[in-house]
Design a protein around this ligand. Structure first.
Ligand code: NAD
Length: 290
């Protein structure tokens, strides 16, 4: 089946970017969210992003208008019924995603592939509530989806080769580089990054060094654009803890035990940049002040 209409469920920072990427490559996009306000914000951000590309001469004003017209927004999930492909990018909450997959099973034609942009939810749990587990797959975009080239494709235990190859080709058509991962906790990207972040927090906790030096070690020593503690603040310490807990519980291996210092920060409401305080402190604009 040729994919012409591409449904994106969830219009947060990831869903918005994925919708823009798909529309820019000529797909008709149906962008769904439960809230009107999220859809308005999503379209506003897409238009702003495209206008910047016009200013830089990367896009003509006509091309920008064409892309915007390719995106239809709706709060009614039933409106995605004509879609040939679905990727969900709603909040990282297992119960919400399981409930959504149940609904998608009802709404979408049986041949339609159901993809998830989850960073840590088990694909097996999502596939189980459908009657098409061979057509359930992970399509994990990186943030921000418009700029980042990587798409991690996650194969569940029974994802078919056909589904995998269709989604791999789709990622290429979207201008991305696909990599393949099995459905094990946090896949490749989040597993490696979260383990690094946790180790950096342990270095701070054990007094190996101060936060600035731990970050400088990775920035200047390993050429990382951000230090691991800065990165944790940027991602949000609640999100970091939740991913680390899912690895710890998923593998039942002590090496993934989240550092108690991270738990203490989250319990204190120090969630990183978004709350003005994490390992560092931030002003109202999100600029690091200490
Ligand atoms: N932010 C990242 O860096 C990143 C990177 C890769 C993958 N992800 C994954 O992408 C997904 C979305 O993350 P995000 O950062 O865009 O989150 P977000 O909080 O910015 O957006 C989530 C959106 O989903 C909407 N939503 C919630 N329940 C819904 C439902 N039942 N139906 C439709 N819409 C619903 C919310 O209103 C919100 O607009 C998560 O699974 C996350 O793990 C995030």
């Amino acid at each position: 089946m040729e994919i012409k209409t591409f449904a994106v469920i969830g219009a947060g920072q990831m869903g918005t970017g994925i919708a823009q990427v798909a529309a820019s490559k000529g797909y008709t996009v149906v962008l769904n969210s439960t809230k009107d306000v999220s859809l308005e914000k999503a379209m506003h951000n897409i238009v702003l992003g495209l206008e910047k590309s016009v200013e830089k001469g990367k896009l003509s004003p006509e091309e920008k208008d064409k892309i915007v017209k390719k995106i239809m927004v709706t709060t009614r999930l039933g409106d995605i019924a004509p879609a040939d492909f679905v990727v969900e990018s709603v909040v990282e909450d297992e119960r919400v995603k399981i409930n959504l997959f149940r609904q998608l099973e009802e709404i979408c034609r049986p041949e339609v592939i159901l993809a998830t942009n989850t960073s840590s939810v088990s694909l097996a749990k999502l596939a189980k509530v459908t009657n098409r587990s061979d057509k359930v797959i992970g399509m994990h975009f990186m943030y921000p989806p418009v700029q980042m080239k990587l798409v991690e494709i996650i194969r569940g235990l029974v994802t078919s080769d056909e589904t995998f190859h269709i989604v791999k080709q789709l990622a290429i058509n979207l201008g991305k580089t696909p990599i393949e991962s099995k459905d094990l906790p946090c896949f490749i990207t989040s597993r490696v990054i979260q383990t690094m972040i946790n180790e950096a927090i342990y270095c701070l906790y054990e007094g190996v060094s101060v936060k600035e030096d731990i970050d400088t070690a990775l920035k200047l020593g390993m050429n990382h654009p951000m230090g691991p503690l800065e990165l944790a603040d940027f991602i949000g310490l609640d999100v970091v803890l939740s991913m680390q807990q899912s690895m710890y519980e998923g593998f039942k291996d002590a090496k993934y035990r989240p550092c108690p210092l991270l738990t203490k920060y989250v319990e204190s409401g120090f969630l990183g940049r978004k709350t003005g305080r994490g390992f560092y402190q931030y002003d109202e604009k999100g600029e690091k002040i200490y």
